[in-house]
Design a protein around this ligand. Structure first.
Ligand code: HEM
Length: 405
């Protein structure tokens, strides 16, 4: 049995970039066929494992021996610059914590994403989406669907959820769009600005709490001494960052895919009950949160097939690859709204599985359904080959999305 560091000359570099906007990197399929686990080399030369098959991705992400704690020595870093300033971990940033500390913070937010709460948010989501389309239709074609619709749906949706003024949405929209696959210092300043923004919003709520996520967090957790002001800042900042890019890019990519599959789009228009399945299939098909999102370090040995991930090894559990694994999804490369893709891993798996997934589904469903109902002649105003896909971004997507109707 070999260890992670051996045979490094023969291994592939990671992260791997997509070559086609409608599929994960082609190397994933090659590695998946060779086995569930492969060795790769990171830009700084560090060896790491990638997990490529559906069952094993679930196994590794659910393992108690896997950690997201970036402060552990050996945690995989995606930078080729050895002097790059590391992202410093702040209080309350529960994504980078392990159980049981992680679970304490996560549990405080669970009620904010309950079925009941999402249902209560839906009318506001619909109104916000209608207003954005009113404005886009009033100006008339052509439009950049990124600026006119996809980005504001995500940023206004976050304003609604958190309870911060709508006017602020452009501020954080511009700050969350800079994250690249390879970590760089350019990303630190926008995050610092966002942190200052969230800090001010929480300070305001401490004086005058509203009936919203931030207000409840302040009243129920900060005022009671359960968590500090700074921990609340960290928690809210993580929500904001995790929600924005993922949602806005899914709106654009999903719209593009539906335009490319007019027969399935016609079915959805005729029977809106099909939308929930279609949304999950779009999430699976595009898997916008790809490789770099899933960096981990092993804190105990994990046997995968006939190999062992040893304590201290760096690992990437590739959910995009799992979502295109033929062992789990028949004709995985095809987009099919009838396949029943609810078991996809586009929201991750295990203790860190996306806390906002039901809200994301509500945003996406309302956005696609309303867009295709109200702009019935919507079409792409460019060739697919000329679109500006973000092959270097941490979350896959589009910079601009020219449409007309
Ligand atoms: C289409 C939209 C979205 C996608 C594809 C997505 C995807 C993901 C994925 C893959 C993870 C797990 C990452 C990992 O395990 O390494 C995750 C975690 C997370 N997501 Fe989402 N997400 C979306 C929307 C949202 C929204 C709307 C929110 C909140 C409003 C949100 C908040 C979070 C948080 C806080 C975590 C970390 C959870 C934890 O560590 O316990 N996400 N998301």
């Amino acid at each position: 049995m070999t260890t992670l560091g051996e045979n490094q000359t023969a291994v592939r570099s990671f992260p791997m970039r997509r070559q086609c906007p409608f599929a994960p990197a082609t190397e994933y399929a090659e590695l998946r066929e060779a086995g569930p686990l492969a060795r790769v080399r990171l830009p700084n030369g560090q060896p790491a494992w990638v997990v490529t098959r559906y069952a094993e991705v679930q196994q590794v992400l659910a393992s108690p021996h896997i950690s997201t704690d970036i402060t552990r020595p050996g945690f995989p870093e995606l930078t080729s610059d050895p002097d790059a300033e590391r992202y410093q971990l702040f209080e309350g940033e529960f994504f980078n914590m392990d159980s049981p500390e992680h679970d304490v913070y996560r549990r405080m937010l669970i009620p904010e994403f309950s079925f009941k709460r999402i249902k209560a948010l839906r009318p506001g989501v619909q109104a916000m989406i209608d207003e954005l389309l009113d404005a886009m239709l009033a100006i008339g074609p052509p439009a950049d669907l990124a600026e006119a619709f996809a980005l504001p749906v995500a940023s206004l949706g976050i304003c609604q959820l958190l309870g911060v003024p709508y006017d602020d949405h452009r501020f954080f929209q511009s700050r969350v769009r800079t994250r690249k696959i390879e970590a760089s210092e350019d990303m630190l300043a926008p995050v610092a600005e966002l942190r200052a923004y969230v800090d001010a919003a929480i300070t305001r709520a401490e004086r005058e709490p509203g009936d919203n996520l931030i207000g409840r967090l302040v009243v129920q957790r900060v005022a009671t001494g359960e968590i500090t002001h700074n921990a609340a800042v960290g928690m809210v900042l993580q929500l904001l960052i995790a929600a924005h890019e993922t949602t806005s890019n899914m709106i654009m990519l999903g719209t593009l895919t539906l335009l490319r599959h007019p027969a399935q789009l016609a079915e959805l228009r005729a029977d809106p009950a099909l939308w929930p399945n279609a949304v999950d299939e779009l999430l699976r098909y595009h898997s916008v949160a790809d490789g770099p999102t899933f960096g981990r370090i092993a804190v105990g040995d994990i046997a995968v097939g006939d190999q062992v991930i040893r304590a201290g090894d760096a690992v990437f559990a590739l959910c995009a690859s799992a979502n295109h694994d033929e062992r789990a999804f028949d004709r995985a490369g095809e987009f099919d709204i009838h396949r029943g893709s609810g078991n996809h891993l586009a929201f991750g798996y295990g203790v860190h599985q996306c806390i906002g997934q039901n809200l994301a589904r509500a945003w996406l469903e309302t956005a696609y359904e309303t867009l295709f109902r109200r702009v019935s002649t919507l079409r792409l105003n460019a060739q697919v080959e000329d679109l500006s896909f973000k092959y270097d971004a941490a979350i896959f997507g589009l910079d601009e999305f020219p449409v007309t109707w």
